[in-house]
Design a protein around this ligand. Structure first.
Ligand SMILES: [Zn+2]
Length: 335
């Protein structure tokens, strides 16, 4: 026989009465307190499963219940009465720290794997299979936003525009799948000398970039780099990756609100967040091979990029150069 105290709920009111429980060797349970005197048989009551140190609930046949803090006492009583239900599977898991650590490690590894490999992989798959209409809308929306928040109309001489456009048309005849690409001129204002590749094949070149160039080959080299971003669908992949990571974080933390600040719109990514180094290297590769194949001077790319970096404005091409110290490595092969 063993005794402990419990909180008695009559199941009808919110009143709580302190009672004494007596666990008898014959399996019966005595409940005694102010105005309460009961004897229940083990077969007529049910026990909530053990979950850490949360008080156990004994449900009595008349709808009343007892909340018992002494879990161990209940476990040993049930064990003595050969009722294994006292130790639930969940309790077993919770009390074995190794399972907890394994679960945490698994979650961490799984998340890491998803962010590092899964998200980029699926973003790439999706980006290359995006319906044309979605791509077109994304490009249009991004350009509209950029026009509203930073660009103004190009003030570039029409002859210069025509000359560069015809060079760009020449590039398109050399590059498979580039027929729908469009080059647009905009005044960059605070963005300065810059170029952007938007979804659906729009390349925006700022007046400032053209003004900073010493010859058309330098602009073409930048265009080749931007075409590299388009061919590899970097802008769409960037948006998908950023949103997927946000969704993943929300899923793991269970906090959908923390993700809204992480979900960044494409204009923000293009102007502030920048492409990953991997994407820049891919675009550089593209420019490198284009210049080689077209017998153009390789250093036209390096020269203009360095001039952009040397510019006192904070922004480089896609702001990339100012934030990555490895610029000189990146330009090495164009020398
Ligand atoms: Zn780039």
């Amino acid at each position: 026989m063993s005794k402990t105290t419990a909180e008695y709920h009559d199941g009808l009111s919110s009143k709580v009465v302190q009672v004494e429980l007596t666990f008898n060797d014959d399996g019966s349970i005595g409940i005694n307190g102010e105005g309460i005197g009961k004897l229940c048989l083990l077969d007529d009551v049910s026990f909530s499963p053990r979950l850490g140190n949360i008080p156990r609930v004994i449900n009595l046949p008349d709808g009343a219940s007892c909340h018992v803090a002494d879990n161990d006492l209940i476990d040993s009583f049930l064990k003595a009465q050969r009722r294994g239900a006292g130790s639930s599977f969940i309790h077993m898991l919770e009390s074995r720290i190794i399972y907890v650590i394994a679960a945490v490690l698994f979650t961490a590894l799984f998340s890491w794997g998803m962010v590092v490999h899964g998200v980029p992989y699926f973003s790439k798959k999706i980006a290359f299979n995006l319906p044309e209409e979605v791509d077109r809308q994304l490009g249009k929306g991004t350009l509209e936003t950029m026009d509203r928040i930073m660009f103004s109309e190009s003030q570039l001489d029409t002859h210069v525009q025509m000359r560069l456009l015809s060079r760009f048309d020449g590039m398109k005849t050399q590059i498979e799948g580039s027929q729908d690409y469009k080059m647009l001129f905009r005044h960059g204002n605070e963005i300065g000398a810059n170029a952007f590749a938007l979804p659906s094949g729009i390349i925006v070149v700022t007046d400032e970039l053209v003004e900073l160039s010493e010859n058309d080959d330098e602009v073409i080299a930048i265009l080749a780099h931007e075409i590299g971003h388009l061919i590899h669908r970097h802008s769409v992949r960037m948006v998908l990756q950023n949103s997927a990571v946000a969704v993943l974080i929300a899923t793991i933390t269970g906090d959908p609100f923390s993700s809204s600040s992480i979900v960044v719109a494409l204009p923000t990514i293009l102007v502030n967040a920048n492409y990953s180094r991997e994407f820049e290297v891919e675009a550089d590769d593209y420019a490198y091979h284009y210049l080689l194949d077209s017998n153009m001077p390789l250093d036209s790319f390096a020269n203009i990029l360095e001039r952009i970096t040397g510019d006192d404005s904070e922004q480089g091409v896609e702001n990339y150069l100012s934030t990555h110290p490895e610029t000189s490595d990146r330009l090495q092969r164009f020398r």
